[in-house]
Design a protein around this ligand. Structure first.
Ligand code: PEP
Ligand code: MN
Length: 337
């Protein structure tokens, strides 16, 4: 249910609606809008009686939300969600680049990367301190030491930090170090982890599960939002299919329906989507054309020496060439970079 307030509704009237919702044992999600405030209701197990709210002062109407993902749906919030950072804005009319090595490596490698990115106006450095690897014998990441390296990069260059959280145990440490908390494809339905980041103060980059439907993905976003963290960025990173020409099948066809159903920003990761650096630029450009709000690209000063995912990492020259093409094309799609 969505309770839409009148445009001149007073704070006391909004508070009263919230109180009535909570008295019924449900949760209220106040969403201020450009012209009026709306209040989303979650936590009801059965149908909610509209008349409970329609009689209250300042209420314009109560609308039933039919989708199972309530807070993530356009029924609940028609306008695109924008997320503000010290480095800039993520959302409609912009196109944001997140780039960096797959894993946090040495301080020197990370600083070199951060400086390169900042000089080109890239807002976010992304690298994993905790790595979900298919083999227990592969490099698992530097852990807490990796978070310290990322913090140094931000302190020295001002770049925003995106890094993955793999388990609830490290939630506070990752939340403190990151500007955006990444949830990986393998954890998209780790519900305890989703509930935990729902309590975080930092935005969450939610990668699509490699075998998840759009609805399952949006339900995962709903877990985070139901906890009170409304700052979720979706990230398509490729799904499993029968194809053997690429690591995953980058499902750009999910972008238009995801955008139609959901107001959250949507990024694309063509690095994991293709698994091969030669194919990354084409898919990055296609993501912009298909309506994505930004990209997550793996880039490394020496990809062939990367500690993980080197084969899909761009070197700096290739990253610069891609950035130049994206910057030239973005205005044609109504976006600035
Ligand atoms: C990564 O971003 O390096 C990563 C492990 O991604 P995914 O969860 O999409 O496999
Ligand atoms: Mn990777």
């Amino acid at each position: 249910m969505l309770v839409v307030m009148q445009s001149h509704a007073m704070q006391a009237q909004i508070d009263k609606v919230v109180r009535v919702i909570e008295e019924q044992g449900m949760s209220a999600h106040v969403m201020p809008g450009a012209t009026r405030t709306a209040i989303g209701i979650t936590g009801n197990t059965g149908a909610v009686d509209k008349s409970l709210f329609e009689v209250l002062d300042g209420v314009e109407e109560a609308i039933r939300v039919t989708k199972p993902y309530k807070l993530a749906s356009r029924e609940m919030k028609r306008d695109d969600t924008t997320i503000e950072f010290a480095q800039g804005t993520v959302g409609p009319k912009t196109f944001t680049m997140i780039a960096g090595p797959c894993s946090v490596e040495s301080e020197a490698t990370m600083l070199k990367t951060a400086e390169h990115l900042v000089a080109r106006g890239v807002m976010f450095l992304r690298a994993g301190a905790f790595k979900p690897r298919s083999s227990p014998y592969s490099f698992q990441g530097l852990g807490l030491e990796g978070l310290r390296v990322l913090e140094k990069c931000r302190a020295k260059t001002g770049i925003g930090i995106v890094t993955e959280l793999m388990d609830t145990e490290h939630a506070s440490a990752v939340e403190d170090a990151a500007d955006i908390i990444q949830i990986g494809t393998r954890n998209m339905q780790n519900f305890s982890l989703l509930k935990r980041v729902g309590k975080c103060r930092k935005p969450v980059l939610l990668k699509r599960g490699m075998s998840s439907t759009l609805e399952e993905w949006l339900m995962a976003a709903e877990y985070v939002m139901a906890g009170g963290n409304y700052q979720v960025i979706l990230c398509e990173r490729g799904i499993r299919s029968f194809s053997d020409h690429s690591r995953n099948t980058l499902d750009l066809s999910v972008i238009p329906p995801a955008k139609a159903l959901c107001h959250l920003p949507l990024f694309v990761d063509p690095s994991h989507g293709t698994g091969k650096r030669a194919y990354v630029p084409a898919m990055a450009l296609a993501s912009l054309a298909a309506g994505a709000d930004g990209l997550l690209i793996e880039a490394h000063p020496e990809p062939d020496r990367a500690m993980s995912d080197g084969a899909q990492s761009l070197d700096f020259a290739a990253l610069d060439a891609l950035l130049a093409r994206l910057k030239a094309l973005a205005p044609a799609f109504g976006r600035t970079m």
